[in-house]
Design a protein around this ligand. Structure first.
Ligand code: C2E
Ligand code: CA
Ligand code: CA
Ligand code: CA
Length: 279
């Protein structure tokens, strides 16, 4: 048993070593990714459920490295957060997304919103509200068209600080969505304390919506609670008409997912919007 334990330990540390080597490789490559223009944004349509109209986009970061290939944001964002690179990368994401929105406005695509994911590291950085305002001003984009997506965890370390930042963003007219809603630590009082505009129902609740009674109950409860509190709801990860039907019946306001479209390059997003409404 003792020997087994030691082997298990050796295997474990070997695995950890491989992981940290990979993280270090990514960190070094990521340092050059911005200047070498390896980063790009893709845009996933957000659809108003009642009308079937595309009313916005979520910007999702893509990294294609010449040797390492395409690397998932779920892998490289944590690396960027732990080495501080998330600040310049996050600023690039904000600026690029807002500038893209400006181009779509100029191209006559109608009034769309742009949702941008924000790391907790960015959220806690003192400059954030002023930075966001500056980026909006530079592009001439109204603040109400930008939605910052935050996960529930961001307010946990320093709730008072988080309230101050949220109030500052709110005063500037910038909207906040809670991403992956229902998976974090938030209590219901969270929604009372924090200035939130929209709840994004996590895809883990949407996945089995057509046959899991618990998921149906959770989604239904989130939608009606949000409605009572005057909050918008968007369901993410919608892949089937069955999921869509249930969300429509419950009064969910917006949907996003492969049923409508995968995240698209900017030009493809534009063609998609010009293609008309979806149900
Ligand atoms: P997220 O914000 O929860 O984004 C939703 C993820 O689900 C995206 O994966 C999206 O491509 C995927 N998705 C959309 N519709 C469907 C669907 O119908 N079915 C399924 N199975 N998946 C769907 P992606 O693009 O790989 O992003 C993963 C995560 O990486 C994001 O989760 C977000 O947490 C993070 N991320 C992406 N871009 C950024 C960014 O610019 N900044 C920060 N801080 N995080 C980002
Ligand atoms: Ca998101
Ligand atoms: Ca999400
Ligand atoms: Ca997520």
């Amino acid at each position: 048993a003792k020997r087994d334990g030691r082997n298990a330990l050796r295997f474990f540390t070997g695995e950890m070593q491989a992981q940290s080597v990979r993280a270090l490789t990514l960190e070094n490559a990521l340092r050059r990714a911005l200047e070498r223009e390896q980063l790009a944004l893709h845009y996933q349509p957000q659809v108003e459920l009642l009308s079937g109209r595309v009313i916005g986009a979520e910007a999702l970061l893509r990294w294609c490295h010449p040797e390492l290939g395409a690397i998932s944001p779920t892998e490289f964002i944590p690396v960027a957060e732990s080495c501080g690179l998330i600040l310049p990368i996050g600023e690039w994401v904000l600026r690029s997304a807002v500038q893209q929105l400006r181009r779509w406005m100029d191209a006559g695509l109608g009034e769309l919103t742009m949702a941008v994911n924000l790391s907790s590291v960015q959220f806690r950085h003192a400059d954030l509200p002023a930075l966001v305002s500056r980026i909006l001003d530079e592009a001439g984009v109204p603040a109400r068209l930008l939605e910052l997506e935050l996960t529930e965890g961001v307010a946990m370390v320093d709730p008072l600080g988080a309230i101050a930042v949220m109030n500052d963003l709110h005063a500037r007219g910038i909207r906040l969505s809670i991403d992956d809603f229902g998976t974090g630590y938030s209590s219901l009082s969270y929604l009372k304390k924090f200035r939130v505009y929209k709840l994004k129902i996590d895809q883990s609740f949407v996945r089995d919506l057509t046959d899991d009674p618990e998921d149906r109950a959770i989604v239904s409860a989130i939608i009606s609670m949000a409605g009572s509190l005057g909050l918008q709801t968007i369901a993410e990860g919608v892949e089937t008409v069955g999921q869509l039907a249930y969300l429509r019946e419950r009064g969910c306001t917006e949907v996003q997912g492969y049923h409508f479209s995968r995240p698209l390059a900017a030009a493809d997003f534009e063609s998609y919007v010009r293609g008309g409404s979806r149900g």
